[in-house]
Design a protein. Structure first.
Length: 502
C-alpha cells in the first residue's frame, strides 16, 4: 500500500477465523466431507457423545447450526420448553433459578456455570410430550424395574389369564400325550415354554401396574395417554425447563433442532438420563423419595467432567453442591490442622478438670510430708515426660501458691495439679499457633497479591493483602503433610454438608 499504511493492516484489525470456525460458517446443507470431519473432531470432546460411532458423529456434524451469542442473552428460560439442544464451544453461560418472593418479586438463585464443551437441554428435550416413541422410551427408563419372584398361580387372576391357562390345559395347548410324549421331547418342551411364557406375561403386567402406581398414575394412564387426553402431568414430568441459562460473555454454540433430535441424539440423551437415575437410586440416600422426585433431581442436576488431578472440594471450604459419582474414582485426602488438634486436646483436658472440680471428695490417701523427692517419684509413676516434670519443678520454685508447697496434700490433688499444668501448656501452644498461622497467611496473601497483575506496586499489593488478612482471621492454616484416608467411587456421594448445614 502506498498511502502510508501498513500492508498487513487488515490482519492487525481482524482476527482470522480458525479452521473450526471456517467449517461452522458453512451452511449445514452445503457442508462437505472436509467441513464435517473438522466439526466431528471438535464434537468428540463432548462427554455426551462419547458413546457414538464416527458415522453418527459425522451425521450430527452435518446438521448442527453455528451461533455466536452476545452478553445478557437468554438461551432457555425457566418453565419454558426447550427449543433446541445446545453445545457450548466457548464462553460463559450462567445457570440460575428464579424464585418468587413474598412481595411478588423475583429472586435469582445462582446455581453455577456451564463448562465448555458441555451439552445442555437434551434431558428436558425428552419430556416435550410430542413424540410417542420418545415418550415410550422415557417412560421405560424412569419406571423402576425391581426383580420379583415368579408368583404361584392363584385362582383369582384376571379373566384373560384364565383364558390363557385354559388354552394351555386344552388338548391343543398340551400337545400329544401318551407314550410318544417323553420328557425333553419337542412336544413337552413346547408345553413347558408356553407355561413359562404365560408366567412372564403375568409378571410383566403386575410390574407395569406397580410401577405406574408408583408414578402416581393408573396402569392405563401413562405419559403417552396423559399427553393425548390432556391430563395435567406432575411438574417433574412436564416439558418446562427447571432453570434459566443466561449468557455472561461472548459465546460460541452449536444448536440441534427438534427435527434432527430423534435421529442424531436420542440414544445418547436416553443413556444420560438412565445414568443419572441409576446413580440417584443406587447411592442410598434417596430411597424414601418417590419416582417423581428422582426424575426431578435427575433433570435439575448437572453432569461435570473432572480431569485427573483436579480438586473438587478443598478442605475447610463449604461445598455448594451435593456430588454423586457417576464414573471413576476420587481420592479423599486429609491435611492436619495444628490449631484444631490443640483445641481438641484442650477441650478434653478442661472437661476432665471440670469433672474433677464438680465431683471431688476428700481423698483418704493423705500425704503427711511432701518433699521434692516425693514429687519426682509421683510424676515418674504417672509416666509424665521430662519436659513436663521440669515445668512442674519450675512452677514449684517460682509460684508461691503452688499446691505442692502445702504440708498436707492428697494424691487426687496432685493429679488435678498435673491436669492444670497440661491445660496451661495447651493454651500457650494455641496462642503461639494462632500467631504463626496469621503470619503464614499474611505471607501467602502478600505473595499472591504481588504476583497478580492487578497491582502495579508493592504498597498496593501489601494493602490488599492486609485487607484480605483482616477478613480471613480465624481461618485455619493446614499443614503441608497430606494423608490419603479413603477412596470413593460409583455411586457414593460427598458434599452433603450443603444439605445438612445450608
Amino acid at each position: 500500500m502506498n498511502n502510508g499504511y501498513k500492508a498487513d493492516l487488515h490482519k492487525d484489525i481482524f482476527e482470522k477465523p480458525s479452521e473450526l470456525q471456517s467449517a461452522l460458517l458453512v451452511h449445514p446443507e452445503q457442508r462437505g466431507p472436509a467441513e464435517a470431519t473438522v466439526i466431528a473432531t471438535a464434537l468428540k470432546l463432548f462427554p455426551l457423545l462419547g458413546g457414538l460411532s464416527d458415522s453418527k458423529i459425522n451425521d450430527l456434524a452435518k446438521v448442527l447450526e453455528y451461533r455466536a451469542l452476545t452478553m445478557k442473552d437468554t438461551i432457555f428460560s425457566q418453565n419454558d420448553q426447550a427449543s433446541a439442544v445446545c453445545f457450548l464451544l466457548s464462553g460463559q453461560v450462567q445457570v440460575k433459578m428464579e424464585k418468587q418472593s413474598a412481595g411478588h418479586s423475583t429472586i435469582d438463585i445462582n446455581i453455577g456455570e456451564v463448562p465448555e464443551y458441555t451439552a445442555f437441554g437434551h434431558i428436558d428435550f425428552l419430556f416435550r410430550n410430542n413424540n410417542p416413541r420418545i415418550m415410550h422410551e422415557v417412560e421405560t427408563i424412569i419406571t423402576p424395574r425391581k426383580p420379583k419372584p415368579t408368583p404361584a398361580p392363584a385362582p383369582h387372576h384376571a379373566s384373560h389369564r384364565n383364558t390363557l391357562i385354559g388354552g394351555l390345559n386344552s388338548p391343543l395347548g398340551q400337545g400329544p400325550t401318551g407314550a410318544t410324549s417323553k420328557p425333553g421331547s419337542p412336544q413337552a418342551m413346547k408345553h413347558k415354554e408356553m407355561h413359562l411364557h404365560s408366567n412372564a406375561i403375568l409378571e410383566e403386567e403386575n410390574e407395569d401396574a406397580d410401577d405406574a402406581s408408583s408414578l402416581g398414575m393408573d396402569a392405563n394412564n401413562h405419559l403417552l395417554h396423559a399427553a393425548h387426553s390432556g391430563i395435567p402431568l406432575d411438574r417433574s414430568l412436564s416439558p418446562g425447563m427447571f432453570t434459566t441459562f443466561a449468557i455472561q460473555s461472548m459465546c460460541e454454540m452449536l444448536m440441534l433442532r427438534e427435527s434432527d433430535f430423534e435421529k442424531c441424539l436420542l440414544a445418547p440423551a436416553l443413556e444420560n438420563l438412565r445414568m443419572r437415575l441409576d446413580a440417584i437410586r443406587s447411592c442410598g440416600i434417596f430411597n424414601d423419595w418417590t419416582v417423581k422426585q428422582h426424575v426431578r433431581l435427575a433433570r435439575m442436576g448437572q453432569v461435570k467432567r473432572i480431569r485427573k488431578g483436579e480438586t473438587i472440594l478443598a478442605q475447610g471450604c463449604k461445598p455448594n453442591y451435593l456430588y454423586i459419582i457417576l464414573k471413576g474414582i476420587c481420592v479423599v485426602k486429609k491435611q492436619p490442622n495444628r490449631t484444631e488438634m490443640l483445641f481438641q486436646k484442650l477441650s478434653v483436658a478442661k472437661e476432665k478438670a471440670n469433672e474433677f472440680d464438680s465431683k471431688y471428695i476428700f481423698d483418704h490417701r493423705l500425704c503427711s510430708v511432701l518433699n521434692m523427692a516425693n514429687v519426682k517419684e509421683e510424676f515418674k509413676v504417672g509416666n509424665i515426660d521430662q519436659a513436663d516434670l521440669n515445668a512442674t519443678l519450675a512452677d514449684f520454685k517460682k509460684n508461691p501458691n503452688c499446691v505442692l508447697r502445702n504440708s498436707h496434700i492428697t494424691v487426687s490433688e496432685v493429679d488435678r495439679y498435673k491436669l492444670q499444668l497440661e491445660i496451661n501448656k495447651l493454651e500457650s501452644l494455641i496462642a503461639s499457633a494462632e500467631i504463626e498461622d496469621e503470619r503464614e497467611r499474611s505471607i501467602d496473601l502478600f505473595n499472591n497479591a504481588s504476583a497478580s497483575k492487578k497491582f502495579s506496586n508493592i504498597a498496593a499489593a501489601q494493602a490488599a493483602a492486609q485487607a484480605t488478612l483482616a477478613a480471613s482471621r480465624g481461618v485455619p492454616v493446614l499443614e503441608e503433610k497430606v494423608a490419603e484416608i479413603a477412596s470413593i467411587q460409583w455411586p457414593q456421594i460427598f458434599g452433603e454438608a450443603c444439605i445438612t448445614d445450608p
